[in-house]
Write a protein that binds this ligand. Structure first.
Ligand code: NAD
Ligand code: TYD
Length: 364
């Protein structure tokens, strides 16, 4: 039995992980620590009444120490972060505060409770990103765990710094850590600032689909439930002090993802006439192709061209492999957003509209 502290458990991946863990590990204690920033949402944990929810900040070291003690926590799974590259370009300081200083605070608390205090068996699992490795050319080999760090955005630089802190706390103090670096996630509960949910919701409202630059940037798309299985594999079979890359085996240019999305929305409207009444502004409601909304806009500054994951180590050591193709994962995701209109309407508030204006108004 595990007593687990999940930081950022009310965010996209954290909430999916809490649902996954509750489903597969009944009886474990789960404590969620989340500051409920714009990206955090209690509704993401609806139905999980036996999960303890603590509204607080990972930078509050005393609070983290209290939670580790009160709940006899033996495992931390650390998701809490500022996670959006575009926001990091507009406001980098918050990324250093949360991602670097927040991780330092957690490590400090874990060290004082687990090493100086109880001395009990423990695990600190740090969730990071493939973006720490920088960008690849079209023919470069995919990122492996030994690829040199070369972060290019304020977001990826702050995540890289946090990875280095976790590594140092293992080597210097003997904290039992594992870090996973995953590729672009998609699936239920993703905040509609990231590519897939933003474009889906724009498509339903007949709003432009703003494609940065030439749309030929490549990402490896990982369904969030496969990511959760990858973290589970790290927790159960990962070697202490190691890092593991987790990918989705779906390396695709953005334009391919967007064309898949447009075709899937068209097909959904064709199959279900009720959608035209629910979303009358969608081109698909008028028999027009969703692809007519595609709009090329000014590129993201410093936009990384290609990410790709070499998952040999996770496959060989952990037995990890993604279970879904992109087509399967995307179809399920579209179904979830269509079935959960209330969820996304509730979070598209004034601050969301302000963000959209900040990020898109000045793009030609
Ligand atoms: P998200 O932005 O959806 O959620 C982040 C959560 O952290 C929110 O619930 C927020 O309230 C919480 N949080 C933020 N600052 C906090 C603080 N100071 N104290 C406590 N809670 C705080 O992020 P996500 O997409 O779910 O990403 C989770 C983790 O996975 C992040 O560490 C991110 O870097 C990493 N990651 C994400 C992706 C992706 O595609 N989304 C890919 C690779 C790695
Ligand atoms: P995003 O979901 O922000 O993830 P990341 O930047 O972490 O990879 O973006 C995925 C890709 O989609 C990335 O190449 C940027 C691109 N993109 C657009 O073209 N338009 C958009 O409005 C957004 C949000 C992203």
């Amino acid at each position: 039995m595990t007593n687990m502290l999940v930081t950022g458990g009310a965010g996209f991946i954290g909430a999916n992980f809490v649902h996954y863990w509750r489903q597969h590990h009944a009886g474990d204690t789960i404590v969620v620590l989340d500051a409920l920033t714009y990206a955090g949402n209690r509704a993401n944990l609806a139905g999980l009444d036996d999960v303890v929810f603590e509204h607080g900040d990972i930078r509050d070291t005393a609070l983290v120490e209290r939670l580790l003690g009160d709940h006899a926590v033996d495992t931390i799974v650390h998701f809490a972060a500022e996670s959006h590259v575009d926001r990091s370009i507009h406001g980098p300081a918050a990324f250093v505060d949360t991602n670097v200083l927040g991780t330092l605070s957690l490590l400090t608390a874990a060290r004082s409770v687990w090493l100086a205090g109880s001395g009990r068996p423990h695990r600190f699992h740090h969730v990071s990103t493939d973006e720490v490795y920088g960008t690849l050319g079209p023919n470069d080999p995919a990122f492996s765990e030994t690829t040199a760090y070369a972060p290019n955005s304020p977001y990826s630089a702050s995540k890289a710094a946090s990875d280095h802190l976790v590594r140092a706390w293992h080597h210097t103090y003997g904290l039992d850590t594992v870090t996973s670096n995953c590729s672009n996630n998609y699936g239920p509960y993703q905040f509609p600032e990231k590519l897939i949910p933003l474009f889906l919701i724009n498509a339903l409202h007949g709003r432009p689909l703003p494609i940065y630059g030439d749309g030929q940037q490549v990402r490896d798309w990982l369904h969030v439930e496969d990511h959760c299985r990858g973290i589970e594999a790290c927790l159960t079979r990962g070697r202490v002090g190691e890092t593991y890359n987790i990918g989705g085996g779906a390396e695709l240019p953005n334009l391919t993802v967007i064309d898949t999305l447009c075709a899937a929305v068209d097909a959904a409207f064709a199959a279900d006439p009720a959608l035209a009444a629910r979303f009358p502004d969608a081109p698909a409601a008028k028999g027009l192709p969703t692809a007519s909304l595609k709009t090329f806009v000014t590129d993201r500054p410093g936009h990384d061209r290609r990410y790709a994951i070499d998952e040999t180590k996770a496959r060989n050591e952990l037995g990890y492999a993604p279970a879904r193709t992109f087509e399967q994962g995307f179809a399920a995701t579209l179904g979830w957003y269509l079935a959960n209109e209330g969820w996304w309407r509730a979070i598209m508030d004034g601050s969301y509209r302000d963000w959209v204006a900040t990020n898109y108004a000045a793009r030609a």
